[in-house]
Design a protein around this ligand. Structure first.
Ligand SMILES: O=C[C@H](O)COP(=O)(O)O
Length: 254
């Protein structure tokens, strides 16, 4: 079901103590200041902090716990890895998959991501599946072809029922952590294109029901403009999710 979502991807930042202080501030601010608007907040801390941060989230409200990655197998001899089932068992409801940093630094390709998606869904997690082009691709005017391929090869193998559980995040690589945000028009045109591709691969209802988030230097100043676009249903926030005031302002931008 399509919802407005603001997800904070903490990446490899904070200590447990800093993370606990941060989430405590965020929860207090959001509870005091965000009253009416139906926006879901997903907090994605590093693996070791999931349980502790999860315990600080008020149950049954707008807050949800998410992880930043999972392994494709359910169990086994994979030293250092974390399965989707483990994440689910510590309270995670979401998992980010296909982030460009995973694709770039850890060699995650469409084949592997397809397996991870299946593993996440089998464990009852909702994947936040990321797509997005590099600057080179955008400058070569290949953005739409590139996104189409990422969706087809990585995501559209899912059944209708599986796809229902998926949130998509459009994150142009050139905008991540660079301070260079996509304009609201650039975001809107790619989001609309993604929705069109969903309609083709599944049906119009699936397209209308999918939440599509924008990520890439979204902040307290530009969130309102981005979120006002008809096909932008929220944000996947990196840097600004580590500052309680900024993250709260982003949540308030709906
Ligand atoms: O997952 C979050 C994105 O990579 C965006 O990061 P950023 O807001 O720091 O640009």
């Amino acid at each position: 079901m399509r919802k407005n979502i603001v997800a904070g991807n903490w990446k490899m930042n904070t200590t447990l103590q800093d993370g606990q202080a941060l989430i405590s501030e965020i929860v207090n601010m959001v509870q005091d200041e965000v009253t009416g608007s139906a926006v879901e907040v997903v907090v994605c801390p590093p693996f070791p902090f999931l349980s502790a941060i999860g315990r600080q989230l008020p149950a049954g409200g707008r807050f949800h716990l998410g992880a930043q990655n999972c392994h494709q197998k359910e169990t086994g001899a994979f030293t250092g890895e974390v399965s989707a089932k483990m994440l689910q068992s510590v309270g995670a409801e979401y998992v980010i998959l296909g982030h460009s940093e995973r694709r770039q630094y850890f060699g995650e390709d469409d084949e592997l991501l397809s397996q991870k998606l299946k593993a996440a869904l089998a464990a009852g997690l909702k994947p936040i599946f990321c797509v997005g082009e590099s600057l080179e691709t955008r400058e070569a005017d290949e953005t739409f072809n590139f996104i189409e391929k990422q969706l087809k090869d990585g995501l559209f193998h899912l059944s209708n029922e599986e796809f229902d559980q998926v949130v998509i995040a459009y994150e142009p690589i050139w905008a991540i952590g660079t301070g260079k945000t996509a304009t609201s028009q650039q975001a809107q045109e790619v989001h609309a294109f993604i929705r069109e591709q969903i309609a083709r691969a599944y049906d119009a209802e699936a397209a209308l029901n999918t939440s599509i988030l924008y990520g890439g230097s979204a902040n307290a100043q530009n969130a309102r403009e981005l979120f006002s676009q008809p096909d932008v249903d929220g944000g996947l926030i990196g840097g600004a999710s580590l500052k309680s005031r900024d993250f709260t302002e982003i949540i308030k931008s709906f």
